[in-house]
Design a protein around this ligand. Structure first.
Ligand code: MG
Length: 377
């Protein structure tokens, strides 16, 4: 039973939700991208959700996947959340967020439900920004209009030549920090790739590695010790995200800071990780942690634990969230180019910082003409 006073979200006002529309797109990637555990990515799925209020104000949110599960997310929004949202007051975002969690709690507590809630929540924040005529980076915290960022390669299938070429492409675009995938069949291959990239980028570029939870704790410790000499800024998802205590064991055995978060899909999971895992960087993704509301809760959790908040994926939205926060680490510029399908693709300043769009709303306005060929339903 919900403890939330229902009247707060059901008062009929100009902000009463009148309509929710959902779209599902399957968007091909320019080339096949692979990591250690998710296999080959050929497409990303994009699920958009547009909410219209009684006074005609609209907001658009969205979520994405690596190519699987998107139709179930579409269905959750269309068949479960749309009727639930009818006549709710769009201004009461925190209340709606909590109610959505418990509306789907029995089949949720994370997973696909968190993706669906995220799309709705982001749409509600778009409406909130429009109501008070502000860009998201100001409304979410207002610390800055820009954030340090890095280019996150999904490049485990690239041979060494293509790997270096890809990294040099990032540097040519102005990035001052890069990340590669690790988790090849043998550790010696991974070490050789790390060594080759550090040699190619020189000493001044920040460099991270991401195993996509492919290693045992013992493998991760051996690997971390072998690559410490290459000045690694963080080691991301060395082992399965559920094994909070082994993260702590790995952290105690290496000087390389640990990062994770893209596979933690409730704020409570982040609580467990902070308490148990000795992480240095939290990486919530607003597309799967319950939208902007969930992301900001994790940012606060990071802050009160003296940790940096970072991000995963959807750079076109995270640029505003990361810019807004006092404890921002580095935003990932992800290899799924969602921002190429928006009116405001991410831009970098001459220091390599990503600049938040200074427009009213979330700053994510999809280019319908570009997306239309990929609409499935
Ligand atoms: Mg990752």
């Amino acid at each position: 039973m919900s403890a939330i006073p229902i009247s707060a979200t059901t008062m009929l006002t100009a902000s009463a939700i009148k309509d929710v529309s959902v779209n599902y797109y399957l968007v091909p990637l320019p080339e096949v991208l692979s990591d250690a555990k998710h296999g080959d990515h050929t497409h990303f799925e994009l699920i958009t959700c547009t909410i219209t209020c009684a006074d005609g104000t609209t907001g658009t949110g969205y979520t994405y996947t690596g190519g699987k599960g998107g139709q179930a997310i579409y269905s959750l929004i269309k068949h479960d959340l749309t009727p639930f949202l009818n006549q709710k007051n769009a201004d009461c975002i925190e209340a709606i967020w909590e109610e959505m969690q418990y509306h789907l709690h029995y089949v949720g507590r994370g997973g696909l439900v968190s993706f669906a809630i995220s799309a709705v929540d982001i749409a509600l924040w778009d409406i909130r920004c429009k109501r008070i005529n502000q860009p998201l980076w100001r409304l979410a915290g207002g610390c800055s209009d820009r954030t340090p960022c890095y280019a996150g390669g999904i490049d485990l299938n690239f041979d060494l030549t293509r790997l270096i070429e890809n990294i040099e492409g990032y540097l040519a675009k102005g990035f001052k920090a890069v990340k590669i995938k690790v988790g090849k069949p043998t550790m010696s291959e991974d070490i050789a790739r790390v060594a080759a990239v550090r040699k190619a980028i020189g000493d001044d570029i920040t460099f991270m590695v991401d195993a996509n939870y492919s290693m045992s704790p013992e493998q991760a410790i051996r690997f971390a010790n072998a690559i410490e000499r290459y000045d690694i800024h963080w080691f991301e998802e060395p082992t399965i995200p559920d094994d909070y205590q082994s993260y702590a064991r790995i952290a105690c055995a290496t000087s390389i800071p640990l990062a994770m978060g893209e596979n933690l899909h409730t704020v409570y999971e982040f609580g467990y990780a902070v308490n148990q895992s000795k992480l240095s960087y939290l990486q919530p993704d607003a597309s799967n942690i319950g939208g902007i509301t969930g992301w900001l809760k994790v940012a606060s959790l990071a802050h009160i634990n003296n940790l940096k908040v970072c991000s995963h994926g959807m750079q076109e939205l995270h640029v505003s969230l990361m810019s807004s926060q006092p404890n921002a680490g580095m935003m990932e510029y992800h290899s799924f180019p969602i921002d190429a399908y928006t009116k405001y693709p991410v831009t970098l300043d001459d220091q390599g910082n990503a600049v938040a769009p200074d427009v009213v709303g979330t700053g994510v306005i999809f280019d319908d003409a570009k997306l239309a060929p990929h609409l499935i339903m």
